[in-house]
Design a protein around this ligand. Structure first.
Ligand code: GDD
Length: 314
């Protein structure tokens, strides 16, 4: 097998599968039994990362040359309500993967561990942030991804494994769960336009600034890093610019056919929040030549178009 994607049943995985199929003959995609992957030309495999024997069985059977490790509990919001699951999947799951690789004789795949910009945590006047910045994770999700990064680093150095790490900044696109801000706002607008909800949008903190990319740009960066990234190194993957959630909301409201009132919902505010998260992407660009191809407005427009179609209003 040329490449295996763990957690391919999630939002990003579906895009990464399509990206890799342009370049590789044999792509594998693991998912949880309840998940669905749209892919005719790849091996779809059920694998629960929390079960070490399942991970080992698949690696022994297919020995993929490249492993894109996406599988994770990826919601910051869910990590506040289910910290234990977040730790089990994101930390122990990564250990299961790395230990399974180590246990197989004469097997040295290249492994890309997907982490998060959340690892940086409380940043004081470091917007944009580069990979050298000290980590101050501010929630359990962020802690688990920071640990994953450190574990990857240790396995690369101590055991000579070909592991590299990314810190992905916010990425959005069609198919993302409405637990994330852009999909949440897009869904609310489509429901309003379809007459299923009053013209009132509920929002959380609009002051936070985040670095949003189109998921298609993000998966292209992962592929390029797998090709050209350096072992044991960490790379920021983001657009390199930050917008406030208010700006994101304004773009979407400008695209809507309805006049919508915005109301803050206390339930959508987080117990702790980082003011600005923006990527310094000099290292990514120097090592891969990657550049974003999709503008934020274009991505939001595409998301709204698809949601309107889902509601039969196009
Ligand atoms: N979800 C949501 N819903 N967020 C809102 C809302 C709302 O109605 N209103 C404002 N926000 C704010 C959140 O408080 C946060 O500051 C920002 O919008 C982005 O929230 P999310 O889209 O939920 O993403 P996230 O930043 O918490 O986490 C995502 O990005 C990380 C990278 O920075 C996830 O994709 C993580 O997996 C990823 O690591």
């Amino acid at each position: 097998m040329d490449a295996l994607i763990t957690g391919a049943g999630g939002f990003v995985g579906n895009y990464l599968v399509q990206e890799l199929l342009h370049y590789h003959a044999h792509v594998g995609a693991t998912k949880l039994p309840k998940e669905y992957i749209k892919c005719k030309n790849c091996d779809i495999l059920d694998m629960d990362l929390t079960k070490e024997y399942e991970v080992r069985k698949i690696l022994e059977l297919y020995k993929p040359a490249q492993i894109y490790h996406l599988a994770a509990q990826s919601s910051v919001a869910v990590s506040w309500t289910d910290p234990e699951l977040t730790i089990d999947v994101n930390m122990k799951g990564t250990l299961h993967l790395l230990n399974a690789v180590r246990s197989i004789e004469n097997y040295t795949p290249r492994i890309l561990l997907v982490g998060s910009s959340e690892e940086y945590g409380y940043l004081k006047n470091t917007c944009p942030v580069n990979e050298q910045e000290t980590l101050h994770p501010a929630n359990i999700y962020a802690v688990t991804k920071a640990c994953q990064n450190m574990i990857g680093n240790i396995y690369a150095k101590a055991y000579g494994m070909d592991v590299l790490m990314v810190r992905a900044f916010n990425h959005i696109g069609v198919g993302q769960s409405p637990t994330f801000v852009a999909s949440d706002f897009v869904l609310q607008i489509a429901e309003i336009e379809a007459g299923l909800r009053a013209p009132l949008m509920r929002v959380g903190n609009l002051e936070a600034k985040r670095d949003f990319s189109d998921v298609r740009d993000i998966v292209r960066a992962y592929r390029l890093l797998m090709q050209n990234g350096h072992t044991g190194e960490t790379y920021n993957v983001g657009s390199g610019s930050a917008v406030s959630i208010q700006e994101l909301l304004s773009i979407l409201l400008g695209l809507s056919t309805e006049s919508i009132i915005v109301e803050q919902d206390a339930a959508k505010m987080r117990p702790a929040e980082i003011a600005c998260i923006q990527a310094d992407i000099q290292k990514l660009q120097a090592h891969t030549g990657w550049k974003p191809e999709f503008a934020l407005e274009e991505t939001l427009q595409t998301m709204l178009y698809h949601e309107r179609r889902n509601f039969g209003i196009l």
